[in-house]
Write a protein that binds this ligand. Sequence first.
Ligand code: B4P
Length: 194
Amino acid sequence: MLNIVLFGPPGSGKGTQAAKLVEKYSLIHLSTGDIFRANIKGETELGTLAKSYMDKGQLVPDEVTIGMLQSEADKYEAPKGFIFDGFPRTMDQAVALDQYLSGRATSISMMLSLEVDEEELKKRLLLRGKDSGRADDQNPEVIQNRIDVYHRDTAPAKAYYSAQNKYCGINGVGAIEDIFNLLCTEIDRFAAAV
Ligand code: B4P
């Protein structure tokens, strides 16, 4: 299986690139942000809980997020692979993901990390906030909090994958198609080596 962690700060292009990658490589796309937003729309109990964190730019607690991710992944018995988009976002999530995949006799192939400077992130998120109506993209303070949480709680997961020789940083600034080509080059290089 080809299992990719698509990583990066909020607004770095994870969702944008994941949509293109799943189509090219026929992978299953698991975006924790999308699953939370679907639950908010459906007014489920999980949605109400998630909204109370997301609206403030905080992470949804690990015990909720990890369980939800695993039950989504369980729906697919024999996929070609997964793209984990927005997960893991903490060290505990990274460890839980390894344990989960090992139970399925597979593992993470690589972490592709989109690197984008803070000014560009803020610009993109505020722009999306105007069109999408996403509450977490409309308030500069919430956006700053999401970026701060990324540096504090999420970015350390890079070292976790580096230690396994699975980390790959990608320049996430530029044309969407050019960034997509950089990602594909890394995936194809990995696929050719196994
Ligand atoms: P996510 O849905 O993962 O949202 P995100 O990080 O803001 O978005 P993403 O990075 O995918 O957006 P993209 O750059 O594609 O998370 C939302 C919230 O859910 C989190 O804050 C948290 O509260 C909660 N959550 C999710 N996962 C969790 C977890 N594992 N644990 C705990 N809580 C969790 O797009 C941004 C914009 O940039 C778009 O408008 C796009 O068009 C634009 N863009 C993309 N690429 C561009 C480029 N190259 N140039 C210019 N613009 C570009």
